[in-house]
Design a protein around this ligand. Structure first.
Ligand code: PHE
Length: 407
């Protein structure tokens, strides 16, 4: 048989099309990419807060791997795209821009440090991409807009917890504060603590300041020592706190130091060692809590990562679990919308994706009594979790449960 050239070209083109469609169908192709649910993550994997990002990522990856091992979400696997923001707010903003504009993620998990979440949040809000911070506690973080959530408590609560603990448990009456001027977290907590401690009848001896990444705190400690405080409140991150503790003891300051969740890291005592014995900090969960939910998480984490988890890992885990539970619900309630979230964004599915992300936002906002490793998570009208805090005591480089304080 003799075919015209035109016919042959058309036949070849048609078979290429059929073959391509077949491959796409096999791969479960949706909206111009393979059928995965892309979730973004930004965090500090390097820099002064590297441990925050590393722990958080391990918790997130554990949750995602567990979900995928159990068949994904309605059969679709979840994939995490992660960027290191080097513990810097400018890099945090760039990272979220990449996740949202270039990678087209459905939703973003992060950051830990409040200043970084305050830099990344507006990018998500403008794009209509739901963001869940595992652990940023500064009150302003979720005020950025209605697409910004968190699974942890906020600093107006945490600052009160430590003021109450300082007055009632440690029986302190004259406290000095050392705060990081470059950190929204540190500045916010200083205000709350100072007000609350004074309201409880205590006196603030002096407030001294430093800047993130400083290494020499001797001048501030000399001024603090001159006011003869019976305790020093340091709402800051582990790297600086470890150095401050050592330098304080070198200067003969014996008063207890106490602080907040930014202390939470195994690096804290690697840096501060013995200088931190008898010190206290507030955080989100004790890994010694006998609750089976906590102990199952601890076991899974140890098996996967070969070390003990911290509260950051638990919060990362909870943030990913909550997001995936809302995606599971979305798949049930709106299968078409769920389909639009799979794979990459294309000009064709753009509007459907936006609508589905809005629905996902509504589902997250409605979170009530979600059973997290860090406690029951219910989100209030400001998209903050209302949860209790624990206070841990440091002794011989180990953290042990001291008390728990309800909202
Ligand atoms: N809450 C801290 C912040 O907002 C971050 C943090 C959370 C650090 C939990 C350690 C543990 O900046």
């Amino acid at each position: 048989m003799i075919f015209s050239r035109e016919f042959r070209v058309r036949t070849v083109a048609a078979s290429i099309l059929v073959a391509t469609l077949g491959v796409m169908a096999l791969a479960g192709c949706q909206g111009g990419g393979k059928a995965v649910l892309k979730v973004g993550e930004y965090g500090s994997m390097t820099g002064g807060q590297a441990n925050f990002g590393i722990s958080t990522h391990e918790g997130i990856q554990q949750a995602v791997d567990e979900q995928n091992a159990a068949g994904g979400i309605a059969g679709i696997p979840v994939e995490v795209t992660k960027y290191d923001d080097q513990s810097k707010a400018e890099e945090a903003q760039t990272a979220v821009q990449k996740l949202v504009n270039q990678d087209g993620v459905i939703s973003v998990l992060g950051e830990v440090a409040s200043s970084n979440s305050l830099a990344g949040g507006p990018v998500c809000q403008r794009a209509g991409v739901p963001m869940i911070s595992p652990s940023s506690t500064n009150e302003r973080v979720t005020k950025v807009g209605d697409f910004i959530f968190r699974v942890c408590f906020i600093d107006p609560f945490q600052g009160n917890v430590m003021a109450k603990f300082a007055r009632e448990n440690l029986k302190l009456s004259n406290v000095a504060i050392l705060k990081d001027l470059k950190s929204d977290y540190s500045v916010g907590l200083t205000d709350v603590f100072a007000k609350s401690f004074a309201a409880a009848g205590g006196k603030i001896a002096v407030i001294q300041t430093f800047s993130k990444d400083d290494q020499d705190f001797r001048a501030q400690l000399t001024s603090i020592k001159a006011t003869n405080p019976d305790g020093i409140f340091i709402p800051a991150y582990y790297t600086e706190v470890g150095l401050i503790a050592r330098q304080a003891r070198e200067q003969g300051i014996t008063a207890p130091l106490f602080g907040t969740d930014g202390w939470e890291s195994s690096k804290l005592t690697e840096i501060g060692g013995k200088a931190l014995d008898g010190c206290y900090f507030s955080t989100h969960q004790s890994m010694d809590n006998p609750d089976p939910l906590v102990q199952n998480f601890v076991k899974g984490y140890e098996a996967k990562w070969g070390k003990k988890p911290d509260a950051l890992a638990a919060l990362g885990y909870d943030s990913a679990k909550l997001l995936m539970s809302c995606l599971t619900e979305l798949a049930k309630q709106d299968p078409e919308g769920f389909k639009a979230l799979q794979g990459n964004a294309t000009p064709v599915n753009r509007d459907a994706r936006k609508a589905a992300q809005k629905k996902l936002r509504d589902l997250i906002a409605a979170t009530k009594d979600f059973a997290g490793v860090t406690g029951k998570i219910s989100l209030d009208a400001d998209r903050n979790a209302v949860k209790s805090a624990v206070v841990l005591k440091i002794k011989d480089s180990a953290f042990s449960f001291a008390t728990s304080i309800q909202p």
